[in-house]
Design a binder for this molecule. Structure first.
Ligand code: ARG
Length: 467
């Protein structure tokens, strides 16, 4: 049954009917849709817009429809145009005329905006929870490795020694920003659009604040034209997810590299690896690769949404129905990537001995040789030049700087003395970087404290906002 058949004389073409139907994918909004309708119906009764007895019956029956869908008793079939038509026609089939009053003072345009906002709010909550467990996993791993020395890289070339804790905490910062970004996105999503009608609001004396409170929104939308044609919150949400995926993808890339024979910094657990059908020795980091790969898919959703909205005249246009699959897929994908990644991380074995050995090579202490010379009064440029020559000398002999004799070292500058050796051990290099945000153990311990603080406050603030 069509909700809008009155004005039409001919049947919709069968293919066109199939083409414009969104039920196959928007049926997953059934909970949001029905809860929104229940709040709307209750408000209509309270305001005397429809008889209280009808409103009560609608609310009760919608509750039953919801329960029947959840228990599997009622299947969401594919003859309705969308989830809104499905729920309304099921209501009318069950109670007749009172059901025909539900859509008073409402349009599917503000209804679908409401459903999507409720859905995105729920997803933000879910994703924040998975992000929080990832942050916790990173922090607990970092705590175990404040003294685990590894090479830090630039250009994927060994650069300076750091600790594994410092490296893991770099990711903590990225995912913390992601968490905060989602909380920020929530603020703009948390506005209740019902009352906007098709576009120009409604002439019925509806109570928008009642619905807002009933559905747990922070505020109501401010402009009816904007409210029915705004999908910024979807775009913002998927762009938050894109950044999460970018961070996951970078981390995955490192895990893939680190698990190679060339790096040999980690062993990914069997539970998160796969084998080869022909090469018996293989253990492949498929999960990490797949997460890296799925990043493109979420960027694709973001591009799709941005392009879909570009150039749309106010207000609602059917183009906007295309928001759903992009948002749903991005949310599902990001959630599964985050939780698989979290499991993989918790089960990783760090080969700390290999990390340490690797940090000893590649002249990662060269900056510290130059810094030592600066302490003796040279300018940094002079020190850089001398150290560069020293590195060249050492490369020629295939030795690290520490293994050259003092005479050899002195041949490049008379300023050098034997106290250099202690100052340029990898341990000393790390220890020297004791400033806020630095890689020294003391600095990292302070960073850990702050991170712990953030996780505690985060729980507090999420309780506050009722998540
Ligand atoms: N299925 C539609 C969507 O997702 C619902 C809104 C329909 N409104 C309309 N005027 N055709 O956008």
């Amino acid at each position: 049954m069509k909700l809008w058949g009155g004005r039409f004389c001919e049947q919709t073409d069968e293919q066109a009917d199939h083409f414009h139907s969104s039920l196959s994918f928007d049926k997953r909004l059934y909970k949001q849709d029905i809860k929104g309708s229940m709040a709307h119906a209750e408000m209509l009764g309270k305001q005397g817009i429809i008889p209280k007895s009808d409103s009560d019956l609608i609310v009760k029956t919608l509750g039953e429809i919801l329960a029947d869908i959840e228990s599997g008793k009622l299947a969401i079939n594919n003859t309705a145009e969308d989830i809104h038509s499905f729920a309304e026609s099921e209501l009318i089939a069950r109670i007749g005329d009172p059901g025909r009053r539900l859509h008073t003072g409402r349009s599917r345009n503000d209804q679908v905006a409401l459903d999507m906002r409720m859905y995105v709010k729920d997803e933000i909550d879910e994703i924040c929870k998975v992000l929080a467990s990832l942050l916790e996993a990173l922090l607990s791993s970092a705590k175990n490795h404040t003294r685990t020395i590894m090479p830090g890289f630039t250009h994927l070339q060994k650069a300076q020694p750091v600790t594994l804790a410092h490296h893991l905490l770099a990711y903590f910062q990225m995912f913390k920003r992601d968490y905060e970004r989602l909380c920020d996105c929530l603020k703009r999503t948390d506005e209740m659009p019902l009352g906007s009608g098709a576009l120009a609001s409604t002439s019925y004396p509806i109570d928008r604040y009642f619905i807002k409170d009933k559905l747990g929104f922070a505020d109501i939308t401010a402009n009816s034209l904007d409210a029915v044609s705004d999908r910024d919150f979807c775009i913002e949400f998927v762009s938050c997810l894109s950044l999460i995926m970018m961070h996951l993808s970078r981390f995955c890339e490192e895990l893939i590299l680190w698990s190679t024979d060339a790096f040999d910094f980690i062993e990914i657990s069997d539970a998160y690896s796969t084998g080869s059908s022909i090469m018996p020795q293989k253990k492949n980091p498929d999960m990490a690769e797949l997460i890296r790969g799925k990043t493109g898919r979420i960027y694709g959703s973001l591009m799709g949404l941005l392009t879909m909205m570009k150039g749309l005249p106010l207000t609602y246009n059917k183009d906007m129905q295309e928001d759903k699959e992009a948002v749903f897929d991005a949310a599902d994908t990001a959630k599964s990537c985050l939780s698989v990644f979290c499991g993989m991380l918790k089960n990783l074995k760090f080969k700390t001995g290999n990390m340490y050995k690797s940090a000893l090579g590649g002249y990662t202490n060269a900056t510290d040789v130059a810094d030592w010379l600066v302490k003796k009064g040279l300018t940094f440029r002079e020190a850089h030049e001398i150290t560069g020559k020293l590195v060249l000398y050492a490369i020629d002999r295939q030795l690290p700087i520490n293994e050259l004799t003092l005479d050899e070292i002195k041949s490049l500058s008379n300023v050098f003395d034997k106290t250099l050796y202690d100052a340029i051990s990898v341990e000393a290099c790390v220890k020297a970087r004791n400033i806020p945000g630095g890689s020294a153990e003391d600095a990292v311990l302070k960073a850990i404290e702050k991170a712990e603080d953030f996780l505690q406050k985060k729980h507090f603030s999420s309780h506050q906002r009722g998540l």
